[in-house]
Each structure stands twice: as structure tokens, then as C-alpha cells.
Design a protein around this ligand. Structure first.
Ligand code: SF4
Length: 343
């Protein structure tokens, strides 16, 4: 049996000695700024710590408080976010900053329920902010924590069906004191010691309480249901130059994948868009490949030159050397690189 009382008691001293030094973490015992906690958690939902760190520094240098971020334009935020992916989150980030600035006087709500009301803040993020920024005994469960809990309790049922059970077990471990440090300690344990492959049980502060280790099955957990392969969608991107050497970009519709982002006009992989002008399109060699969370995408790139009717095309014309200023999602940056390499 896993000794639930011992977990936090062993984990917290380990955290005090071994905690990772991350740009959004406050010094031990110091006040944690809810704005920085929130921003880091939103960024970390979709990327790794090393990838998020430079974005976090850039955001907090440019917008040191939630009011500063709320006062920025959506376009500025989207451009600064470009490369982090999942642009709906960037739009929600901006909306959330505005809600905190305008409806809460610049102060984040200090309970899970209050935080959950904010745009883009789901159960995980609300719990993380409540625990880390406000010391609430909220249970923070992400993939790392699920893995650690599955191992501590030797839970053999597969993900994702077992998630509610893992959450309930995780809740039995959350201490009433130092809940924020405990949440971060679990994250650190999952990231550095209880890793997906080859967990370093010899270095683990809770090894004595770990049922999977006792049974010798830690590397097999958590089990996962066999899942279907991601489908592949195919489409076409249109690289159109005008007589002045500018490239046509359009804005994607607000709803759906990459909503509101600029794009090299494309069609096929999502419904409803067609070539921007009727010109002689030339197929460029090769293919642009990109993987989204639910599908792989293969884009054929066609290049064309617009004639005198170039002003009729819907969109904006951007000089090639200014494309870097646009909030282009990663897949479209790949299209730009591909086109520049082949036209
Ligand atoms: Fe993970 Fe090993 Fe620690 Fe168990 S003993 S929690 S498997 S690192």
C-alpha cells in the first residue's frame, strides 16, 4: 500500500534541495506573482520548458504586468506568440488579460472556481494557479503527475480511461500546507526523476512508498489504450507574387484551427477556400509537412505571378523581406521557406 501521508513529507524537503530553477519560479518562500504563474502555465500547456522559457522572458520583459498585456493589441500578442502553436490559446491569453484587468481590477481571482471563469483557463491551469500563486490545496494533475501517481499506486488500467481514478488518487496526496511547492515538486519529480522511460528510482525521494517499484513494473506504467493513427490531410498553398515583388497573405477565419492567423492562401485541408486568382500556377517540387495534434498535413505549394489584376485578390500584399513581421503560424513559415527555396 502506498503511504499517502509520507509522500508530501518526503517530497517537500527534496524539492527544497533539488528544485529546478525556472524563469517563472519565485525564490523559495517568496511571493509568487499570479500573472507569471498564469502566463507560464498557458505556455507550458503546449510546449516544453526549454521552448517556453525564451517566450516567457520576452513576454514579461515587454508586458511586465497583466495590465500591460491587456493593453497590447491582439496582433502584437499573436506575433509574439508565433512559433508556440495553438493560436486559440494566444487569443484567449489576450482575452483573459483583458478580463483580469477590466473586471477584476488587475488581480487574478484567488480560488479555483474564480479562476475557472477566466477565458482559456481550464481545470488544470486553475488548479496550478490556485496552488502555486495562492497556496490553495488544489490538486494539479498533468501528464507528469498522472505518470507518477500511476506508479506510486501501481495503477494498471490504461489511459485515458483511468484519468478520473488517477486524479482521485492524486487528491489523496495533496497536503494542506505548501500546496504550491508540492504541486511543483510533483512536476519536477515527473520531469527529472520519474521520467517516462527509465525512471531514476535510485534517486527518488518517494521510492519507499512506490508500489510499482516494489512490484518491478514501473517502466510499464502508465499503460495506454491502443489508439488510432493520426489521419493525413492534403492541401495546396498558393504562393502568389505581384509585379512589385510582394506576396499575398490572407487571414484565416476566426473559428477553427489557426483561426484569425495570417496564411499563405491555402485550400483543401480545411473546407471552403479556393485559389486567390486565376493565374498560371506552377507546382514547386517537394512537399511541406506539418503535424497538428489530430492530423498530419501535407501541402503542395503552387507558385504564380499575378498580372495587372493583382489588386483584385483578397488579402494583403507583403514584401518578401517583411514576412518575418507577420504572425504566421509554424506551418505557414514552413510554406514560406519552401517557396523561397524553390521559386
Ligand atoms: Fe517513479 Fe521510481 Fe519514484 Fe516510483 S520509485 S515514483 S517509479 S521514480
Amino acid at each position: 500500500m502506498t503511504d499517502t501521508l509520507q509522500i508530501a513529507a518526503r517530497l517537500l524537503p527534496w524539492y527544497d534541495r533539488q528544485r529546478r530553477d525556472l524563469p517563472w519560479r519565485s525564490a523559495p518562500g517568496a511571493y509568487a506573482d499570479p500573472y507569471r504563474v498564469w502566463l507560464s502555465e498557458i505556455m507550458l500547456q503546449q510546449t516544453t520548458v526549454p521552448a517556453a522559457a525564451p517566450y516567457f522572458r520576452a513576454f514579461t520583459e515587454r508586458w511586465p504586468t497583466v495590465e500591460h498585456l491587456a493593453a497590447a493589441s491582439l496582433d502584437e500578442v499573436l506575433v509574439a506568440w508565433a512559433g508556440l502553436g495553438y493560436y486559440a490559446r494566444a487569443r484567449n491569453l489576450h482575452k483573459c488579460a483583458q478580463a483580469v484587468a477590466e473586471q477584476h481590477g488587475g488581480r487574478f481571482p484567488d480560488t479555483e472556481a474564480g479562476l475557472l471563469e477566466l477565458p482559456g483557463v481550464g481545470a488544470y491551469t486553475a488548479a496550478a494557479i490556485a496552488a502555486i500563486a495562492f497556496g490553495r490545496p488544489a490538486t494539479v494533475v498533468d501528464g507528469n503527475v498522472e505518470r507518477v501517481v500511476a506508479r506510486l499506486f501501481a495503477v494498471e488500467e490504461p489511459l485515458p480511461g483511468v484519468k478520473p481514478k488517477l486524479r482521485a488518487l492524486a487528491a489523496t496526496l495533496t497536503p494542506r500546507q505548501r500546496a504550491g511547492d508540492y504541486a511543483q515538486a510533483m512536476m519536477d519529480l515527473g520531469a527529472t526523476v520519474c521520467t517516462p522511460r527509465k525512471p531514476k528510482c535510485m534517486l527518488c525521494p518517494v521510492a519507499e512508498s512506490c508500489a510499482a517499484r516494489a512490484a518491478g513494473i514501473q517502466e510499464e506504467l502508465p499503460r495506454k489504450s491502443a489508439k488510432a493513427d493520426k489521419p493525413t490531410r492534403r492541401g495546396t498553398a498558393y504562393w502568389l507574387l505581384n509585379p512589385e515583388g510582394s506576396v499575398l497573405l490572407r487571414r484565416r477565419v476566426e473559428e477553427g484551427l489557426l483561426g484569425g492567423m495570417a496564411e499563405v492562401p491555402s485550400s483543401g485541408w480545411e473546407p471552403g477556400r479556393s485559389p486567390p486568382l486565376d493565374v498560371a500556377w506552377r507546382e514547386l517540387p517537394g512537399m511541406v509537412r506539418h503535424t497538428f495534434s489530430h492530423f498530419h498535413l501535407e501541402l503542395q505549394v503552387l507558385a504564380g505571378r499575378a498580372g495587372a489584376d493583382w489588386t483584385k485578390a483578397e488579402g494583403i500584399w507583403v514584401p518578401v523581406d517583411r514576412l518575418g513581421d507577420q504572425a504566421l503560424p509554424s506551418v505557414m513559415r514552413k510554406v514560406v521557406r519552401h517557396a523561397l527555396a524553390h521559386v
